[in-house]
Design a protein around this ligand. Structure first.
Ligand SMILES: [Zn+2]
Length: 133
């Protein structure tokens, strides 16, 4: 289930059915899923996407910045001209997918209504791993 949530979140798709996009535009959450009717407005990821994006981008760039400084002793102006755009591009590029993953994780951990539990069980039956068992 984790890998499925990761895949659908990266694709910015509904965590329940995977058919409908999660967002209108860049980060605006759609009201409901067109495929299964899941209410996206109840899935509140709050600041989780921002925290994960900051942590991932920081862990990707800080070793590179350190390595460049130790090996090439770049000027501050050159550092800023390289790393500031890299930080902005990576952050803005990763944020929607990380928000999709966070919404999937939040959706999975939410207490389910009886109608939603039926939807989830039906979906599990079509999952290849569970179908073999
Ligand atoms: Zn759906």
């Amino acid at each position: 289930m984790f890998w499925r949530l990761l895949k659908l979140g990266t694709m910015k798709r509904c965590p329940n059915c995977g058919h409908s996009p999660l967002f209108n535009g860049y980060l605006t959450v759609r009201p409901i899923c067109d495929g299964c009717g899941l209410d996206f407005q109840t899935i509140r990821s709050d600041d989780m996407p921002a925290y994960f994006t900051i942590a991932i981008v920081g862990h990707l760039l800080l070793p590179l910045i350190y390595w460049m400084e130790v090996n090439y002793h770049l000027s501050m102006g050159l550092h800023f001209s390289i790393w500031l755009p890299a930080t902005i591009i990576l952050t803005l590029g990763m944020l929607p997918s990380i928000k999709g993953i966070a919404m999937g994780i939040v959706w999975y951990t939410l207490p389910k209504q009886p109608s939603e539990v039926r939807t989830r069980k039906r979906h599990k039956l079509t999952d290849k791993k569970n179908y073999k068992n």
